[in-house]
Design a protein around this ligand. Structure first.
Ligand code: FAQ
Length: 312
């Protein structure tokens, strides 16, 4: 870290676990790192609506449909909180969205995989929301105030999402042999992509060391991945499902599960836009943005009329 007096004071505040607020002085790289992470997080929530949105019209019961609708709406809300929080750092929402639509901005690799069966909706809630919570609970204590506060509400909603996913898996696992096989197939396809959500290994992670020093991140990518595996193995056992990893075994010495290596070539391919659904996801977002232009115009016209009425 550099050692100008302002940076020194800033780091001392971070080390004392004080929150940084929008009007406080902050190093330019801290601001940029936060805008990068928060906007990627916001984009993930918005793009993350698409794989599940695919099943709203095909949910097996009216109750399942209304629960899924509510979950997808929550994700839209999370995206909006996060864009607002990024705006407190001086970012413009229009610019952030333009970068997403141009394919320049990243969003979580996980949302570039297809949802092939109803069991995938269970697997997303159970595994993907499970991973999201593990990553986001520590973010409730991240050093930037608006991000930390947004995360508190997001985490409450995510924990409901995870329970609904687990409950779908439980229902399938207690159902017919075909239903149980659907649940196992979903676990087989989603397990490794979920482990990729935590990002590259620590020794390959460009941003972890600095983000840990600034307490933007509270745990490293590998620490969270390990916590996730340790949390999920007993849940899979409870469901009677097999995690698709032959290297997975309890290590008495470390008191953690050992597990196999993620396919990092697949990870970087998906991150760089060459995953199974990258093109489809971006096209859907661009189309939705263009189709919504009239709503934005109408809202602006309405606001202008109200303002004109209020000014004498
Ligand atoms: N996918 O140096 P690091 C959800 C990029 S949860 C794509 O380790 P960092 C809820 C990374 O951005 C999902 N890109 O980076 C939901 C960086 O690229 P850059 C979203 C990835 O930031 C559930 C480069 O690789 N959650 O949406 C991925 O220190 C169900 C080097 O990586 C968050 O965003 C990846 N998996 O650590 C919604 C949580 N991993 O910018 C719907 C907040 C890494 O240099 C349904 N974010 N990259 O070009 C974080 O905690 C961090 O940003 C990490 C990455 C841990 C994701």
């Amino acid at each position: 870290m550099s050692s100008t007096p302002s940076e020194h004071q800033f780091q001392a505040r971070i080390d004392a676990d004080q929150r940084i607020e929008p009007k406080d002085w902050m190093p330019e790289d801290y601001r940029k790192t936060l805008i990068r992470q928060m906007s990627q997080h916001a984009h993930s929530e918005i793009v993350g609506m698409l794989p599940e949105g695919n099943w709203i019209t095909r949910a097996p019961t009216l109750k399942r449909k209304s629960i899924l609708l509510a979950k997808v709406q929550d994700e839209a809300g999370h995206g909006l909180y996060l864009y607002s929080a990024a705006e407190t750092l001086g970012a413009s929402r229009d610019d952030l969205l333009a970068d997403l639509h141009a394919g320049k901005a990243k969003y979580s690799s996980i949302f570039n995989y297809p949802t092939l069966s109803w069991a995938d909706i269970g697997a997303i809630g159970w595994l993907v929301d499970g991973a999201a919570i593990l990553n986001q609970v520590p973010l409730c204590r991240t050093s930037y105030g608006p991000y930390a506060r947004a995360m508190v509400r997001v985490c409450k909603e995510e924990s409901f999402h995870q329970r609904q996913g687990f409950e779908i898996m439980q229902t399938l696992c207690n159902g017919s042999a075909e239903q149980k096989a659907m649940a196992q197939d979903a676990l087989n396809r989603w397990w490794w992509p979920t482990l990729m959500m935590f990002g590259p290994r620590d020794d390959e992670s460009a941003h972890t060391a600095r983000s840990m020093q600034w307490r933007i991140k509270r745990f490293t990518n590998d620490e969270l991945r390990q916590k996730f595996v340790d949390m999920m193995v007993p849940q899979a056992e409870f469901l009677g499902l097999t995690i698709p990893d032959e290297a997975l075994r309890w290590n008495e010495a470390t008191r953690h599960y050992d597990f196999g290596e993620v396919d990092w070539d697949e990870f970087w391919n998906v991150v760089q836009g060459r995953g199974p659904c990258n093109r489809e996801r971006l096209d859907a977002r661009v189309q939705a943005h263009e189709a919504g232009a009239w709503v934005r115009e109408a809202a602006l016209a309405h606001a202008a009329k109200r303002k004109a009425r209020q000014t004498p």
